[in-house]
Write a protein that binds this ligand. Sequence first.
Ligand SMILES: Nc1ncnc2c1ncn2[C@@H]1O[C@H](COP(=O)(O)OP(=O)(O)OP(=O)(O)O)[C@@H](O)[C@H]1O
Ligand SMILES: [Mg+2]
Length: 318
Amino acid sequence: MLLTGLLDQQVVFFGGKGGVGKTTCSAAFALAASRRGRRVLLVSTDPAHSTADIFERRIGPLEVEIAPRLSALEIDGDAEAKHYIDVVKRDIQKMFSASVIKAAYKQIEAAAASPGLVEVALLDRMIELIINRQQVYDLIVFDTAPTGHTLQLLRMPEAITTWIQALVKHRKALLEIDRGTETTTDAAALADPVLGALERRHDRLAQLRAIITDRSRTSFVLVGIPERLVIEETARAAEMLADTGVDIGGLVVNRVLPDDLEGEFYTSRKAQERTYLDEIDRRFSRLRRVRIRQLPRDVYGLSSLAVVSDHLVGPPTR
Ligand SMILES: Nc1ncnc2c1ncn2[C@@H]1O[C@H](COP(=O)(O)OP(=O)(O)OP(=O)(O)O)[C@@H](O)[C@H]1O
Ligand SMILES: [Mg+2]
């Protein structure tokens, strides 16, 4: 069972526990798709620049072509967060009076220090890419940060949407009161900048949610290795994705030991691995599963990546 079917999706996420092979698999998958004629954007959210290492070249925050029909970019969460704060401040400046702005800035600075901000900023950038770059690319592949994190990101549109809806309601109620005292017209209510900004944001999140929960467009590939802790985390991730309504395109079981190894160490290692592989087959029987064997070397460079591509989606037909 290969992931070949996923090559026709519009958005594919790769996620999993740290160090299991997310970056390797997402790069190999993106490369395979581009070699089959699709225009692909590979997006990395990894601050360690692993994607750049694999392709043996610098990538950075702007889209660069790294192979025919394959472009890549790196999103830096901290830089996005800073940019995000700047934009929010600018918006506020347009909307409010000087005294309100001063108080608001205090709030913003506090928010800037909160741990969730980087995630919100990443989400914003992802939305931008998914919504705005779909005309240019047939497929966007996300190499995501370790599981919990990313899943929260995918669940976020829902949470934020509810929150924004509450804010909109609140704002509308305020405008109602205004109308009573100052005879504000409907047109003025419509032109309310706060309401406008909230509603635009709500629309974008709704759009994102529609795309990521559309099984014919978006899939999430779980990557793991045959080890106890990874299996448990993968099971939790699978459950969360199912809850969120995101299609699980498959489970990659990476670093499976070759069969022909000799010696007591490997025999015992392989025996343990076999029980985990069986467990994976049993517990994830409903998912498409792909095994990648442990290669003799780290994976970098196009030819080495192509070996992983073949494991994931089969060799190119041409
Ligand atoms: N099948 C494999 N055989 C041999 N080496 C592999 C295999 N898969 C991945 N590797 C190597 O394992 C290391 C970790 O892989 P990778 O960077 O893809 O993991 P990751 O899940 O993205 O890690 P992180 O959570 O740190 O982002 C890399 O050096 C990679 O070359
Ligand atoms: Mg990585």
